[in-house]
Design a protein around this ligand. Sequence first.
Ligand SMILES: [Zn+2]
Length: 121
Amino acid sequence: MRRHRQTEEGKEIHRRQQKRYHDRVKNLVLTHYGKGKLKCVKCGFSDARALSIDHINGGGTQHKADLGIRTGYGFYGWLAASGYPEGYQTLCMNCQFVKRYENNELARANWKIGFTRRARL
Ligand SMILES: [Zn+2]
């Protein structure tokens, strides 16, 4: 691929601006669903890099698929644009995985995306 310095620079600036904007929307949404704090509602973990929105009654993956949204940001943008609908909460990755494990959501999600390989023990 040929490199056009100016174009690459322009793209890079655009990427950074987009990322800043995405981060801001994400933080706003996470704060809203963290009951006013940028924190996991279960354990209080507060590093935004490992926080995400949990669909309280499960089915988040399907819901996102229904919306035709593939990226996490699209989902945050959708939540903000929809006036913060109820039924979501801010959870850290640990709590998300524990919850999914307990609800057996992980197995179903993997099944859906065609995850068929199993570890050989
Ligand atoms: Zn947590």
